[in-house]
Design a binder for this molecule. Structure first.
Ligand SMILES: Cc1cc2nc3c(=O)[nH]c(=O)nc-3n(C[C@H](O)[C@H](O)[C@H](O)COP(=O)(O)OP(=O)(O)OC[C@H]3O[C@@H](n4cnc5c(N)ncnc54)[C@H](O)[C@@H]3O)c2cc1C
Length: 385
């Protein structure tokens, strides 16, 4: 089914959408099963995407990028979401839209000059390192420390659930620099090759199987002073700002996937004969799928609207949080119904919908759990009485 483009879509964004959908259809979907087995996305794919300019959408033109905004990220995420291999999509979006914004928004000229060429080519893959075993939703509770040491910093601590970090190259990592202030956190660029940096464990997951997820230990990692990103002690606020983009693309990839799931299910139920007709001709099925379509359309429209607000420089925290909460739940309801209407076949490992269902489950948890997102909406919804 063709998705009608929206009012925010320019010719340029439409071209990005079409190019990305074609790329994943040709180079990801046919081979993704093998990546799921190994738990790794091959480096060549990253390089290929880099060559095609897919890692340059948000990079300013003076650094060789396209200088586009949140609408481009939403478009890219939705298009990637059609691959049906959300683990692959997660690794890409962590690089382009969850980690890179920290560098783009806070990096010095020298840092941008040093890092951007290889990040855009796919030779350097980025990760975002915020979560710790004892600090997830409560980011300000993180315990990893960075203390001044010579003309640099000494880092110690543990991170967990870090996407892409088993095989990735550099992590935008949050560490406490002011022990007396709960929000005294700074962001650092931590190369995974740094001495004292260790992947303690490659984690085994319910879904996103081809995405590598790491538990990390930083044991006396020394970083030169120019690996501090942005202002010292201000990293918590930078991270909160950058989370808006992260939340948007998580929903974007889910919406792309949900649309594919609906299309697959409608096709399956149309050809599946039962009760003298097809499953799709049963009102219980076609009406539920029609409602699913309406909800995906609503989630998509609200995501692009929030992206547009952000693109205008308007604080869209309330809208983006609502989109994350609503969109992630919608995607999971859609996946549930799609598996249901595939019957027993939907429960089989060989069916696409089985993988998509597992992959979708992380969406209401990662990058801001639904309950946390709803708090963000609620605290901005007080009415003067
Ligand atoms: C596959 C995967 C990939 C990930 N990738 C990354 C990554 O690349 N980088 C990174 O830094 N992190 C990453 N994460 C971490 C992810 O963002 C966290 O798991 C998420 O923020 C939730 O934190 P937590 O797991 O510690 O859950 P907790 O904070 O312990 O929360 C558990 C549950 O309690 C509820 N809850 C929490 N707070 C509230 C509240 N205030 N009000 C009401 N209910 C609440 C929610 O239902 C939540 O799911 C990843 C996680 C997974 C599973």
């Amino acid at each position: 089914m063709t998705v009608n483009r929206n009012i925010y879509m320019s010719d340029e964004l439409e071209a990005i959408y079409e190019q990305t959908v074609a790329f994943v259809a040709n180079e990801v979907t046919p081979v993704g099963d093998a990546w799921e087995e190994t738990g790794q996305v091959p480096r060549e794919i990253y390089k290929r995407m880099g060559e095609l300019g897919m890692f340059s959408l948000r990079v300013p033109e003076r650094w060789g990028g396209l200088g586009l905004g949140p609408l481009a990220s939403a478009t890219f995420a939705e298009a990637l979401g059609t691959s049906t291999f959300a683990g692959f999509e997660a690794n890409i979006l962590v690089h382009t839209d969850m980690a890179l914004p920290h560098l783009l928004n806070a990096g010095s000229e020298a840092q941008l000059e040093h890092w951007l060429p290889s990040i855009q080519s796919g030779d350097t893959m980025m990760c975002i390192g915020v979560t710790e075993p004892d600090a997830g939703s409560d980011v300000a509770g993180l315990r990893t420390t960075a203390v001044p040491d010579g003309d640099g910093w000494r880092l110690n601590g543990t991170k967990t659930f870090i996407t892409g970090a088993v095989y990735g190259d550099v992590i935008a990592l949050a560490a406490r620099t002011n022990p007396d202030d709960r929000y005294g956190i700074s962001m650092f660029l931590v190369p995974t090759a740094a001495e004292g940096f260790e992947v303690a464990r490659k984690l085994d997951k319910h879904g996103w199987r081809c995405s590598d997820t790491a538990e990390l230990v930083l044991n006396d990692v020394w970083l030169p002073g120019d690996h501090l990103l942005g202002e010292v002690h201000r990293g918590f606020y930078a991270a909160m700002q950058n989370f808006q983009n992260e939340r948007m693309v998580i929903v974007g990839m889910g919406i792309g996937a949900a649309q594919v799931a609906i299309d697959l299910t409608n096709a399956y139920t149309q050809q599946r004969k039962a009760f003298g007709s097809s499953l799709y001709d049963l009102g219980a099925i076609r009406q539920r799928m029609a409602m699913n379509q309406a909800q995906v359309d609503a989630a998509r429209a609200s995501m692009y609207h929030a992206a547009w607000l952000a693109e205008q420089g308007i604080d869209a925290t309330k809208e983006m949080s609502g989109v994350k909460a609503f969109g992630a739940e919608v995607v999971n309801r859609v996946m549930y119904d799609c598996m249901q209407f595939h019957g027993g076949m939907g429960y089989m490992r060989e069916s696409t919908i089985e993988r998509m269902c597992r992959d979708a489950r992380i969406l209401p948890i990662g990058g801001g759990a639904t309950e946390v997102m709803l708090e963000e909406v609620a605290k901005r919804s007080y009415v003067d009485i």
